[in-house]
Write a protein that binds this ligand. Sequence first.
Ligand code: GTP
Length: 616
Amino acid sequence: FPCEVIRNFSIVAHIDHGKSTLADRLVGLTGTIPKKAFGANQQVLDKLKVERERGITESGLTLCSMIYHSHQKYLLNLIDTPGHVDFSWEVSRSLAACQGALLLVDATQGVQAQSISVFHIARERGLKIIPVLNKIDMPVADPSRITAQLQSMFGIDPAEVLQISAKTGRGVETVLQAIIERIPPPSGSVHEPLKALLFDSQYDRYRGVISLVNVMNGVMRKGDRIASCHTGKKYEVTEVGIMHPEEVPVMHLQPGQVGYIACNMKESTEAHVGDTLHQANVPVDPMPGFQPTKAMVYAGVFPVDTNDFIKLEESIRRLTLTDRSVTIQRESSTALGQGCRLGFLGTLHMDVFRQRLEDEYDANIIITAPTVPYKVIYRDQTVIVSNPTDFPDEWGTASHVREVQEPMVKASILVPEEYLGDMMDLCFSRRADDLDHHYLDSGTSTSARVMLTCTLPLSEIVTDFFDQLKSRSSGYASFDYEDAGYKASDLVKVWMIASIKLFMTFLLNGKPVDALALVIHRSVEQKIGRTWVKKLHKVIPRQLFEVPIQAAVGRRIVARETLSAMRADVTAGLYGGHYERKLKHLENQKESKRRMKKIGNVDLPQNAFFDILSTT
Ligand code: GTP
């Protein structure tokens, strides 16, 4: 396949707008999968189980090559793009190997907040955009209104908009035609030295690392000696192939082609997404890589059984090969033992990762409530704190900490106008600033849609913001956010303390209950303190003595509950003489003690921690 007949494209779409259905249609139409093998629910793009379950397409090797016979043979490479806001880095990664993109919009719903940001990334990269309206078979579809929307939002020419039904197959042929007519072929030369972009990778238990590459120049052949610009390491290419839609080995990959290679890379860390590969003895200039990802949400991941730590850590490392955007650090906690602190791009990303860990690696884990990275500005340095435990107890004029800052985001919410008031209330309750809104269309048959923008502290959206947004708008609101830097904020750390004695220890030796620290805004310290103290009161078993449970900011107690004492001595209820029975009771007590975690002078069953710290 010479360059002229190759088209590399991706589909940009909001979740549920029909990307997988359209991909299946394209695959079916091009005869990529024999018709009889093509089950009703078999979606080629959604390979991973979790993607199917959650209905989202994310990470994994998602490339599909098709051969299309028009007046001549074309090689169409569909490179999958995740549609969600958390994955904008993966979006740019997959778009780097494309020359065009289908902007797929549900004709019953219109453009959603998340497709807007992906669209802009595609346009910035100079990709040819083909607007496609899907689901025109549905009676409520309103193609003319949505076309007008595309025109006003993106300046798209209505004449270019295709109308299809991926479900019935209507118009899908025109999509294939548009792909070959409108999207430019990749450029590249067989006479130049080999230069290939590594844009995705996955770990295979038997073959080691499998990488997706886009050959820019030269030819990639089986048996080639290649090297990485990033690490300088050399490899031998043991397999070259295309995804058609499963792996199909081929003799070589030519300029403009995308495909997979195996090259005895053993370690997941060796495959750097954005790396340039070249012939081992013919160095080339590396292509500009990708912007390093920035973790926005952190959470501690611990094995339920502390003996499983090594296994858990290995599973996490394996998983990060298909998902490079996760950052890992070891973390240890008095309450939960040894674990890892992971950084994610967002909360959906965190959920997907957790589920993959559980599904694919059978991990039994506890994941702590998500936190965001704070900036602590000392007199002479600035430190990023991603674990509340490390947040300074006090700061301000009397301390060596000058200021603390929290990450902010610029949020965009797209919603029918009748929900505007509810959305504004929600934003204000989350410390929103610079609230603004404008109408996107006038709304004739259905209600007009409004774009609401504001800045919000990231910490306010990492917990239940998205759920609230959906429930308060009956599911109609769509939401997107982008990084808006850091801003000074009046934040405090709240410690949860059970028992006075511990409190003293904490003050004297600086030994806190690590897992139970939170960083929150000062204005809600009492409210949140009270909620947590109540939670603890519920889960801490009664002790032989009275236990005050308190939430403290520095030395100030902001909330308190008292756990009354339990009746002393487990054997007290047994009348004399039954020596063996008494012994058994004492033995039982000893055993259950062993499974307890001692926090200060209070025994806490590990389960209590799971109950209060678990995010689910
Ligand atoms: P994610 O994988 O979650 O991003 O979703 P997707 O964009 O891939 O959507 P998918 O293809 O899974 O389609 C979502 C739903 O819309 C499914 O129930 C499809 O059957 C339905 N659907 C897709 N295309 C059409 C269409 O043209 N007409 C109608 N009526 N339904 C469609």
